[in-house]
Design a protein around this ligand. Sequence first.
Ligand SMILES: [Zn+2]
Length: 134
Amino acid sequence: MVSVVRFERSVADSILSYSIHAYPKEGILLLRGKASKDEVLITDVLIPPLATHGRGFSGFSSFMLTMDLSVIGISHSHPSGALRPSIHDLNHFYGKLMVIAAYPYESYNNIGVFNSHGEKLPHEVVPDSPNSGT
Ligand SMILES: [Zn+2]
């Protein structure tokens, strides 16, 4: 069970800026990182190979099943401002965690992390690691 999720600062900033860019549509990013038994460190975001702006989350996540296994979760934005997964989101959960960025995407408080049961996980933003590719 994941008990804490850490974002490298550049990752958290990318999630917010990508969400702003996608607004008023939903923006989707793939998350890569390192997972141990109870901690996750998210070190990279990737823009999905298929442009899915406005197509919604569900069509994308089925595609994800064939994707890179180093992807530990998906981030998507909620232009509605709801900082929680919908039932629909939970039915298409992928990986270890789901990240939701809620409008207005102004601060790290607009980012929420959830497990496959829709329970909120504690998260924090940490400095980028020195060897990070970003
Ligand atoms: Zn959603």
